[in-house]
Ligand binder design. Structure first.
Ligand code: NAD
Ligand SMILES: O=C(O)C1=N[C@H](C(=O)O)CCC1
Length: 246
């Protein structure tokens, strides 16, 4: 049995993770901790799952590493500088492992993978993400990561930046620029988590779309990460692509 603790346990995702862990034959939920709760009960866990807020996740993660607890992190906000900081905590011999994934949905991971593959073949590419209006961060972690992957794939293939003759009359009309890729964030009542990667070439458009219809859809990926993080060969894993053999 893998002993699991959850940080952000009263949140939308944290509560779903608690249910999923309780329903898994090979896991035991030993601690459920939210804001202002004592973190000490988490020391009974082997793996801690964090779905909290970008503003607090680094402090939580440092606490887990300092206490020798493996961590699976779904909270967003991990830019390259934050990832470097986490790497700096994980030097030295054996110690806890960390897995950080912007999206645990299997289809979302495949969407990012296919977008990365397609990006060098098209002159233009933009990302549109749509989420529920209670989401505190924008653009989404998934859109940010997709843009990074798409930009890297284009740079490696020597593809020029997407053409754009816009002279901006209104601030931010073209969305956020992540590594030269435009990302548009929509917040809509009724939405959960959705993303389109729109690619344009010579006389053709190609759209890759993924829709999360509920938060249960993220749970197979979260449980897989909990099972794999303990014996991971790398101290830090980003994304669950490698766990899926991609
Ligand atoms: N990786 C994925 O697949 C995935 C999927 C959905 C959401 N997310 C991300 O997960 C995060 C949480 O999303 P949500 O919709 O569950 O948010 P939420 O606001 O519903 O839940 C966050 C919870 O964290 C708690 N919290 C705040 N500070 C805390 C602290 N210091 N210690 C412990 N708990 C604390 C809050 O009280 C709240 O209960 C966001 O960053 C979101 O983007 C990731
Ligand atoms: O609901 C959220 O918040 C989500 N956050 C992640 C992101 O920012 O990409 C994953 C999708 C849902």
């Amino acid at each position: 049995m893998i002993k699991v603790g959850v940080l952000g346990s009263r949140g939308r995702m944290g509560a779903e993770v608690c249910r999923a862990v309780q329903g898994a034959d090979d896991m035991e939920l030993v601690a459920a901790v939210d804001q202002d709760d004592d973190r000490e009960p988490l020391t009974a866990a082997e793996v801690v799952v964090d779905f909290t807020r970008p503003a607090v996740v680094m402090d939580n993660l440092k606490w887990c590493v300092d206490h020798g607890l493996h961590a699976v992190v779904g909270t967003t906000g991990f830019d390259p500088s934050r990832l470097d900081t986490v790497r700096s905590w994980l030097t030295g011999g054996k110690g806890p492992n960390v897995l950080i994934a912007p999206n645990f949905g299997i289809g979302a991971v495949l969407m990012m993978h296919f977008a990365q593959k397609a990006a060098p073949f098209f002159e233009s590419v933009e990302i549109v993400e749509l989420h529920h209006p209670n989401k505190v961060d924008a653009p989404s972690g998934t859109a940010y990561r997709t843009a990074e992957l798409v930009a890297a794939a284009r740079a490696e293939a020597g593809v020029a930046p997407p053409p754009d003759a816009t002279t901006e009359e209104f601030d931010r009309a073209r969305g956020a620029d992540v590594d030269g890729i435009h990302v548009h964030a929509v917040r809509l009542s009724g939405a959960i988590a959705h993303q389109e990667v729109v690619l344009g070439g010579h006389g053709e458009l190609f759209t890759i779309r993924h829709d999360s219809m509920n938060r249960e859809s993220f749970m197979p990926g979260v449980l897989l990460a909990v099972r794999k993080v303990v014996d991971a060969s790398d101290r830090l894993t980003v994304g669950i692509e490698s766990l899926l053999g991609l």
